[in-house]
Write a protein that binds this ligand. Structure first.
Ligand code: NAG
Ligand code: NAG
Length: 520
């Protein structure tokens, strides 16, 4: 027994209880601003890659943290109608360029996410002013004195080390390290002979790329390679930002990973690159076409992208519906099972199939649910993530909302799953869903813990899924691969150049390029 037992006075018990409650909550309370405190523009914080001239990404972005006069962070949107406001202009009045500057996204936790897309480059720099009311925030105005290039400006940094430093690329990506363990050297001749025969007939979704002198060439091996439009656009975008190594590789643009041979088999596995990995295959993974494309198209037609979702996470935790949600197509049998569970336990689960394709015969029995906007998912406190054909590519978006993600165990993974831990960032659910209802009940009964896991998952996803990190990731895969090539990459028969898109309407005078020989 502790001190409480020794004292044993009836009058003390409520005091002790109160103390325990206070101590439990003291940490965060002392550091967080009271909801009614005013915001201090000066003490508020602004940081992120969008305040740095060198980091060219399709949509540039930075973060704002609201802080009170006493130096305490807000953990909720600050009170009142005053808002953060951002004004971005070319530094030199002589330069005119279009910059799309929507309002900062309120992430509902005292932080804001500012996105802006430049439709032309500026050579003299940018002026970024951040206001709260009419007061400058933090070190505003931010003066970026160097050229700032827009997405379509073909202006690669010649030194990849400089570029990676500028981008703050992590020095290690654990998934890349793991993926290359099976491939100490890469025999391009063997791949040239075996790849078409082994992989192009069965599924026909292999695209053969060669990058030479920062130009991209490719040929399709098979009939189902339309999704090369996504890899093309990302490789071109990357080549506009950094000089790529000479490299020759095979990208599988189909759903499933394809190389199932083990490292010590004879012949051994080939290093095929895919968008989705699985525990029983050796494919090297890249960020999926889905997150890659939405990153490239943010503020240009897509709305479900990794930045915009952050300002659309629904009601506060306390006000979310205490049920688990699922909407999706019938691409896996467990999804149908989920709908049955939902019909039997509507108080715990709201699941529906929105389109039948694989199990059409089930539509009559299970019914068809209305489509639901993705942002509306976050009206629910719990989100069920069930594999589709392969990994469910909604997982990164679900993590970014502030709901608890219940994730079905799966052999499939995307490039960032390795950074996540069950029970820390999400709640694991058995593959056959037999413990799903139990897990939902657990979450309802342990609201504080559930909320904490949701928050940790969100914070980790915000860190791992920043658009500039995808560029780092793509680059690192190409670099690792290039280092291991046993011979020089060649432009092979049947390959064609993938041209950079035309961008004549915009200013793009690149100051990084070395003068061409012809110019001297
Ligand atoms: C306040 O917020 C900033 C940015 O979110 C963070 O880096 C800092 O550690 C926070 N400070 C406290 C005392 O929590
Ligand atoms: C929850 O909803 C109620 C009713 O709409 C509202 O008054 C309250 O402020 C909300 N709570 C939070 C934390 O947003």
């Amino acid at each position: 027994m502790g001190a409480g037992g020794a004292i044993g006075s009836r009058g003390l018990l409520p005091v002790l209880l109160l103390l325990v409650l206070l101590l439990g909550a003291a940490g965060p309370l002392l550091l967080q601003a009271e909801p009614a405190e005013p915001v201090s523009a000066e003490r508020s914080l602004a940081w992120g890659p969008g305040l740095d001239a060198g980091i060219a990404v399709p949509v540039r972005y930075f973060y704002i943290q609201a802080v009170s006069a006493a130096g305490r962070n807000f953990s909720r949107s600050p009170p009142g109608r005053t808002q953060f406001k951002v004004v971005i202009k070319a530094l030199s009045p002589k330069e005119v360029t279009r910059i799309y500057t929507p309002r900062p996204l309120d992430r509902n936790d005292g932080t804001f996410l500012m996105r802006y897309r430049m439709y032309g480059s500026v050579t003299k720099g940018l002026k970024i002013e951040i206001f709260y009311g009419d007061q400058h925030v933090a070190q505003s105005p931010y003066i970026l004195k160097e050229p700032v290039y827009h997405e379509y400006c073909d202006c690669p940094e010649e030194d990849p080390e400089v570029w990676q430093d500028m981008m703050s690329c992590p020095s290690q990506e654990p998934q890349i390290t793991e993926d290359f363990i099976s491939f100490p050297t890469i025999d391009l001749q063997r791949m040239l002979k075996e790849m078409p025969a082994k992989f192009s007939q069965a599924r026909g979704a292999i695209v053969h790329y060669t990058i030479r002198d920062n130009h991209i060439y490719r040929r399709s091996l098979g009939k189902y390679t339309d999704f090369k439009m996504f890899s093309d656009e990302m490789l071109l975008s990357l080549a506009r930002k950094v000089r790529l190594p000479d490299v020759e590789f095979y990208l599988n643009v189909g759903d499933w990973p394809v190389e199932h041979r083990k490292a010590n088999d004879t012949p051994g596995p080939l290093p095929v690159i895919s968008w989705c990995g699985s525990l029983d295959s050796r494919d090297i993974v890249l960020p999926t076409y889905d997150v890659t494309h939405s990153t490239l198209e943010t503020l240009r037609g897509v709305t479900n992208d990794l930045l915009s979702i952050q300002g659309n996470t629904g009601p506060f935790w306390e006000n979310k519906t205490e049920r688990a949600l699922f909407r999706g197509r019938d691409s896996r049998e467990e999804r149908l099972h989920l709908v049955k569970l939902s019909k039997e336990n509507p108080e715990l689960l709201d699941a529906g199939i929105t389109g039948y394709f694989f199990f059409r015969e089930k539509e009559k029995e299970l019914g068809k649910a209305q489509l639901m906007g993705f942002f509306d998912f976050f009206k629910y406190k719990y989100q069920v993530n069930i594999d589709g054909t392969v990994a469910a590519y909604r997982f990164p978006y679900l993590l970014l909302g502030d709901s608890l993600v219940l994730k079905q165990d799966s052999q499939y993974y995307e490039h960032f799953y390795i950074g996540l831990k069950p029970w820390k960032h999400y709640v694991p659910v058995k593959r056959n869903l037999e413990d799903l209802l139990e897990k939902i009940k657990w979450a309802k009964e342990n609201d504080e813990e559930a909320r904490k896991i949701a928050k940790e998952g969100q914070l980790m996803a915000r860190e791992l899924l920043q658009p500039h990190r995808f560029y780092c990731y793509y680059y690192k895969v190409l670099q690792k691969y290039a280092e291991r090539q046993a011979s020089k990459p060649e432009i092979r028969d049947g390959m064609e150049l993938v041209p950079q898109p035309d961008d004549r309407d915009s200013v793009c005078s690149c100051h990084r390029k070395k003068p061409l020989r012809e110019d001297l």
